[in-house]
Ligand binder design. Structure first.
Ligand SMILES: Cc1cc2nc3c(=O)[nH]c(=O)nc-3n(C[C@H](O)[C@H](O)[C@H](O)COP(=O)(O)OP(=O)(O)OC[C@H]3O[C@@H](n4cnc5c(N)ncnc54)[C@H](O)[C@@H]3O)c2cc1C
Length: 425
């Protein structure tokens, strides 16, 4: 039995493991710092209180119950020792025949220390819950303060980064402002006091999508009341003030940071193995350049051998899923002495949601663009289908249906569990 250790149980890691499930020639260990898999494209729905964390997450151990050749190990990667075919984790050491990095990315603050300290990221389920608690808390604070300037700062939200995450968060916050805040916070009805800004250093919203999608998104967000400021690069965030490189400032207690991601450098893997954005350079079979039995898939790798994507693939769920599946087939090919197939990304299209009944979809072949209700419906359907199992799909559908028809949501409890000292973990 060949031992495969996968660092990271996201889209790439679980699709690789699923592709090898039930086989007698491989034993797969998934290592993850969390004990659950989660669905990042719907994090903002948790952050805005439309979905519960359990709707978009699932425990690893339950996922592979009864699949004898797959195990889960909770722990954080610390270092690889390729000469000994060994990894060191926060929870012990592990040997491997093949090591696969599928650890995704982390928030990139571009070296802005105050932003890192004071802004709210949206990359993990913890981040999403923190954001939800924070949004609800500032609303309560705003109802309590008698100071008009303070209230304005509490009711101003700046979202940095006009990619899909920034667009989705700002759009959903604007929907909430319309349908929930206006009803449940009658004390906060002065519209001039509350603002939602979407800011970006570039000149477009949704830069990877078509021009039509960009224009439609700009118009739809503006109609929802989001104030879009492009060509504005954040320089600092200090003393409740977002400071831009052009000298402009916005006073706010909330900066949501959705401006970029970066991969991690994995100790033990030589620096020559990394490319743009610290992504591990891989060949057409996802083998890390210069290493014999170490692979990388998903957001953390950079593959420039796919003719259609000479600058590397976009960091999207579909790329990670397809790479995980392909690598599983290639491992099977290696062990059965067959020829491996190189990875080629099949682009099924991109989409982004802006608000209720508002979304944009670009399909590459045939080149098509949708917007409005049809695009929104397609978005809902596809995201439901990609959730990990029926339980999560049904729960999410239920939460969305009730929110859609009632134009309301009820997941608005501020819950902050407190850690006790002297506990085992
Ligand atoms: C808010 C948000 C919205 C997005 N929306 C979309 C969208 O609409 N459509 C789309 O296609 N893509 C979207 N993406 C991108 C998409 O989620 C990624 O492309 C995809 O998750 C990449 O899969 P992955 O398996 O490479 O990494 P991930 O899914 O990020 O999984 C990485 C896993 O590795 C684990 N891990 C990381 N470091 C370590 C370590 N040191 N030790 C142990 N475990 C570790 C993590 O806990 C995680 O489980 C979005 C991303 C975010 C953050």
């Amino acid at each position: 039995m060949k031992k495969i250790v996968i660092i990271g149980g996201g889209f790439a890691g679980i699709n690789l493991a699923n592709g090898l499930a039930g086989r007698k020639d491989f034993h797969v260990t998934i290592v993850d710092r969390n004990n659950y898999n989660f669905f990042p494209p719907l994090l903002y729905q948790v952050a805005t209180g439309y979905l519960e964390p359990s709707n978009i997450s699932y425990p690893f151990r339950r996922l592979w119950r009864g699949k004898g050749n797959i195990s889960f190990h909770m722990g954080e990667f610390q270092k690889a020792i390729p000469e000994e075919n060994k990894v060191v984790l926060s929870t012990g050491e592990m040997s491997y025949d093949y090591l696969v990095f599928a650890a995704g990315t982390k928030t990139n603050y571009f070296g802005l220390e105050n932003v890192q300290r004071n802004a709210l990221p949206m990359k993990t389920l913890n981040d999403a819950l923190e954001l939800r608690n924070y949004f609800l808390q500032i609303m309560e604070c705003a109802t309590l303060t008698g100071d008009e300037e303070e209230r304005k700062k509490l009711l101003t939200i700046v979202v940095a980064g006009a990619g899909p995450t920034g667009v989705e968060v700002s759009g959903m916050l604007a929907e909430m402002k319309r349908s929930v805040v206006s009803k449940d916070y009658p004390e906060l009805m002065a519209p001039h006091e509350s603002h939602i800004y979407l800011v970006d250093g570039g000149t477009k919203v949704l830069p990877p999508m078509s021009e039509k999608s960009q224009n439609d998104t700009f118009d739809a967000l503006t109609k929802l009341g989001v104030e879009i400021k492009l060509g504005m690069q954040v320089k600092d965030y200090v003393d409740d003030r977002v400071i831009f490189t052009n000298g402009e400032r916005i006073e706010t207690k909330t900066l949501v940071w959705a401006a970029g991601v970066t991969s991690s450098v994995f100790e033990g893997i030589p620096l020559s193995c990394y490319g743009r954005g610290k992504r591990l350079l891989v060949d057409e079979y996802n083998g890390v350049k210069g290493m014999t039995n170490i692979f990388a898939i998903g957001d953390t790798c950079l593959q420039t051998s796919d003719n259609k994507f000479p600058d590397g693939h976009p960091q999207l769920a579909q790329v990670a899923i397809q790479q995980g599946r392909r690598l599983a087939k290639n491992f099977i090919a290696i062990e059965s002495g067959k020829t491996r197939q190189s990875f080629s990304y099949y682009d099924k299209g991109t989409m982004a949601i802006i608000g209720w009944n508002k979304a944009v979809v670009d399909i590459p072949k045939p080149r098509l663009h949708f917007k409005g209700f049809i695009a929104w419906f397609a978005w809902v359907f596809i995201h439901l289908m990609f959730l990990i199992n029926y339980r999560n799909r049904i729960r999410t559908l239920y939460n969305w249906a009730t929110a859609y028809f009632s134009k309301d949501q009820s997941l608005r409890m501020i819950i902050r569990p407190q850690a006790k000292q002297n506990r085992a973990a």
